[in-house]
Ligand binder design. Structure first.
Ligand code: NIG
Ligand code: FE
Length: 414
């Protein structure tokens, strides 16, 4: 058995728990001063203070790691990304700076549909090569598990290739990749006015194959004005559930009073994501239910939109997760330091709440809260070491990556 003993962590931030934290629980991150962790075969065996664990651990049989002066916390979970795609859309970023809106660019053939042609031209090998580079950047920011969505093929072959590539990456790269099928990501011109038929095609021709090859656990849809309406989205989600998918929704990103959050809760979705324009009723429903509110501040920042009402959601009792939304259009960023700064400075979240949102609640948003997201005995030893002694430095050292070392299943990968 391989034993690794980490001791003298200035602050061991356990984020202890095996289910999402709601509302006021989110600030309880469980800090152990002068903390220690014993890892056995990639899993956490003992957690406590260095004084306590020094009495229990056999120093002869364990590799010793001195974390003096450093904070140690669970690996971050980036629970919403579109990290695989072909081509780039830098021109659109410039147009938006000139005042064009995300939806108007989409209406004139830009947006998601513009990524489809270069994505359809990419092979599994192309996706794996570019995906590896992007996962490497995530790992440096301390992300040890990521969720990745298909959705830039919108035909059977390309959607399957994207997911197969993510499966290869999951098996070959230290970052774990949780996969989501997002066939209904937008409406291509040939399907305009035939949205129900398009969804039926996805449900009957593509998604059974996705399940057969075990390519995705989750199914997602972009529910938005000019994309998929509530009625069609509800039908798709219910049918996807029957096929064995867990559900996610791109909800209430752009249009106010669209009812995306309410629909997500009503369908039993695992998470409702974006929520910039969530209604009071939507927030109330999220607080009552088990659907996680996943907020994507980097997207709001890049689109120059007001941030999702994080304070209101937490104060109402919701379980909030934070994620990057890395994609080629609305947000070509997976900067965790910037995300943390936005969460604390503009969304008025406490750093403890941000840490919960990026660890345990992120894990819950991808259905992994029993395996990762906290430093608890039995969980996978996915850990981050900071250059500084406390998580307070995460927002304070603003926009700078202060992750010094990253451990995945008990082995240093950074
Ligand atoms: O989450 N809103 C829909 N999907 C992505 C954007 C994808 C793109 O612009 O390529 C999002 O922001
Ligand atoms: Fe997204």
């Amino acid at each position: 058995m391989k034993r690794t003993y980490i001791r003298r962590a200035a602050e061991l931030v356990t984020c202890s728990g095996d289910k999402a934290k709601h509302g006021s629980e989110m600030k309880e991150v469980g800090i152990i001063k002068n903390g220690a962790v014993l890892i056995e075969d990639g899993h956490i065996a003992l957690v406590g203070s260095t004084e306590e664990l020094d009495k229990k651990v056999d120093f002869q049989t364990a590799e010793l790691i001195d974390a003096g002066g450093q904070a140690v916390l669970p690996g971050f979970v980036d629970s919403h990304t579109h990290f695989l795609f072909g081509g780039y859309r830098a021109d659109e970023f410039g147009w938006r700076l000139q005042g064009e809106s995300y939806l108007s660019i989409m209406e004139k053939g830009g947006g998601i549909n513009a990524t489809v042609t270069p994505t359809r031209a990419a092979s599994v090998e192309d996706f794996v090569a570019v995906g590896k580079e992007r996962l490497d950047t995530m790992l440096r920011f301390g992300v040890t598990t990521v969720e990745g969505k298909s959705g830039y093929g919108m035909d059977k072959d390309t959607e399957l290739r994207m997911l197969r590539a993510m499966k290869v990456l999951d098996e070959s790269h230290p970052v774990d990749v949780v996969r989501t099928f997002l066939g209904p990501h937008s409406v291509l011109p040939e399907w305009k006015g035939k949205e129900r038929e398009f969804l039926r095609y996805m449900l009957t021709e593509v998604m059974p194959e996705v399940k057969k090859e075990d390519l995705a656990e989750f199914a997602d849809i972009f529910t938005e004005t000019g994309v998929f309406n509530i009625e069609d989205s509800t039908w798709y989600l219910q049918e996807a559930k029957k096929l064995g998918f867990r559900l996610k929704v791109h909800a209430d990103e752009i249009a106010p009073d669209f009812g995306g959050a309410e629909m997500a809760v009503g369908c039993g979705a695992h998470s409702a994501d974006h929520l910039l324009k969530a209604s009071d009723e939507g927030i109330r429903r999220l607080a009552e239910g088990n659907t996680i509110a996943t907020l994507l501040p980097l997207t709001a920042f890049c689109l120059k939109e007001p941030y999702a009402p994080a304070r209101k959601l937490i104060d109402a009792g919701c379980a909030v997760a934070l994620a990057s939304d890395l994609n080629p259009g609305s947000c070509f960023s997976n900067s965790i330091p910037l995300l943390i700064a936005l969460g604390c400075i503009y969304m008025n979240m406490r750093i403890e709440e941000v840490v919960t949102a990026l660890t345990l609640n992120g894990a819950a948003a991808v259905g992994r809260e029993k395996e990762i997201g906290s430093i608890d005995p039995g969980k996978q030893a996915d850990l981050i070491f900071l250059h500084y002694p406390s998580i307070q430095f995460l927002p304070y050292r603003t926009g700078v990556n202060i992750v010094s070392r990253v451990m995945k299943r008990g082995e240093f990968v950074i």
